[in-house]
Every structure is written in C-alpha cells, then in structure tokens.
Design a protein around this ligand. Structure first.
Ligand code: 13P
Ligand code: ZN
Length: 271
C-alpha cells in the first residue's frame, strides 16, 4: 500500500489550498473543497473497508451512497494544509443509509468534514444530474466578489451581465452566468438546498456578503471559474465609480457566443 500523502489528489488539493490562501480568498478557516473520488483512485492508498469512525451528516443524499469524497476539515486553515494533510483533510464514504459518513482517513484530531457539507454534497448531486463528469465543489471568500455584492444589484441576470462585460473571455468561461441566492445563515441544510437548486442551472453560485461556490470536472476547472469571476469583479470595482466611456455591448457578447459556441440563458442578452 502506498502512502496516501503521495496520492495525486492529496498533492493537488494541498497545492490549491495554499494557492487560494495566498490569493486572500481563504482567511482563517474560510473556504472548503470537496472532491468526488473513484474507488480505483483510493484503493492503492487506503483499505476501503477499514472505516475509522462514522459521523452523521445531518441530511440524506441516497444517490451518493457508496461514493467517496476527499473534503477539507471544519474549522481548519487552508494555509496549514501543506504542513499537515491528515489533520486538515479527510476521506470518507457515504454509507448505505445515505446520511452517515464513514471516515477512512484524515481529520486526525477527531475533527470532521466542513460545516458546509450540505451545500457541497447537495451541489454534487445537482451537478452530476447535468454533468456526469463533475467532480469538484469549491467554496471561498474572494475579496472583490464579496465587495461587489454590497454595491451591485443581486438580480442574477444583471449580476451576470455586468461580469460578462468586465473581460472578453468571461462569457466563454461562464456562459451560464452566475446564480445568486438570498443571504442566509451558512452551514445549514437550508443554504445547502438553495445552493444546490441553483447549481442545476450554473456552475457558479454567489452567496451575498459571504463568498462563492464553483463546480467543475477538476480542481483546476472549479478554481479557474472562481478566478475568472473574481477578476471580473475586481475590474468592476475599479471602474464602478468612474464615468465609463465604452464597454462590451450585447452585440459583442453575441459575437463571442458564436465564436466560442456557447449559449447564455435565454433572454439574458438583448437580441
Ligand atoms: P468550515 O471551516 O466549516 O469549512 O467553514 C468555512 C466557511 O467558509 C464557512 O462558510
Ligand atoms: Zn464560507
């Protein structure tokens, strides 16, 4: 059996935690990541039948029973993941009842998966229903995006249109736009359900005055989405108080849709 710390998925999540911390998106314990793993990925490193302990998730996701997740720990700091992966991360399988996590590795101080597990697992279900290849749900607190939620309309069409116009490639990177939920108490099943509902329509969900959720087929994919939205939000905040002399038009966005063969939601662009 190989050492789990040599597993590519551990190296990758550790690097991204460090990177996201350095970008200022994950102060203190902010942010959480979950990665759906195939059984074949973990068996070189772990005995899948050796459950160390079980933890109730507090909600039921029957369609995820038997699935394996790598997930950041509750209350732990992204900046420290690189120094102690087994403390700051964990791997678990959702047991047959669909509501218990069987921990196979990690959370070494007796801790557990992120407090945002409802949003993660429910969003995995939503994304898998539209893309069987989705593997990653990633949450963080990017500065400019959060700031934007104080000064911009939270109407998701308006919010998306503004972001698309802040950088030419935005409409190609996230043609579905961003979805926005109302402010809610975090770490609850309710915010998880609201997030997952929006995740059926888009891979990006904004939590006003809190942060963002991104979904993707890989860590890079989900990270790249958040990175692009955050950059657009930064451009918006740089120009929001200045007289705008020109911008991308809806006609330009239609041209980009054609060029990149993507489609924005019906009615979100002027014809
Ligand atoms: P956790 O430490 O439980 O992952 O929570 C961090 C966070 O960002 C809550 O929204
Ligand atoms: Zn958060």
């Amino acid at each position: 059996m190989h050492s789990i710390t040599e597993a590519p998925f551990i190296t990758e999540i550790t690097r991204i935690c460090t990177n996201m911390y350095s970008l200022g998106w994950d102060e203190r314990n902010a942010g959480n990541i979950s990665v759906l793993l195939d059984e074949e990925e973990i068996t070189p490193y772990l005995d899948k039948d050796r459950i160390l302990r079980t933890v109730p998730t507090g909600f039921k996701v029957p369609s995820l029973a038997g699935k394996y997740f790598l997930c950041t720990a509750a209350g732990k700091y992204f900046k420290n993941t690189q120094y102690d992966a087994a403390l700051n991360l964990g791997i678990f399988r959702i047991l047959e009842d669909g509501e218990t996590a069987g921990i196979l590795w990690g959370y070494s101080d007796g801790g557990q998966f992120t407090s945002e597990l409802p949003a993660h697992l429910m969003s995995h279900v939503s994304r898998l229903s539209v893309d069987q290849k989705n593997r990653v749900i990633l949450h963080c607190h990017p500065l400019n995006l959060i700031a934007m939620t104080y000064v911009h309309s939270l109407d998701e069409r308006e919010f998306s249109r503004t972001l698309w116009k802040m950088e030419t490639e935005c409409v190609f990177v996230f043609p579905d736009g961003v979805r926005v939920i109302p402010w809610m108490v975090c770490g609850t099943n309710k915010i998880g359900e609201a997030t997952a509902e929006k995740m059926k329509l888009s891979r990006i969900v904004v939590w006003p005055h809190h942060g963002i959720y991104g979904a993707g087929r890989s860590i890079d994919d989900a990270f790249g989405l958040v990175e692009t939205v955050e950059k657009a939000a930064a451009v918006y905040l740089k120009i929001a108080h200045l007289p705008v002399k020109q911008t991308l038009t809806d006609e330009n966005l239609h041209m980009l849709e054609k060029r990149f063969n993507v489609k924005t939601p019906e009615g979100w662009l002027e014809p």
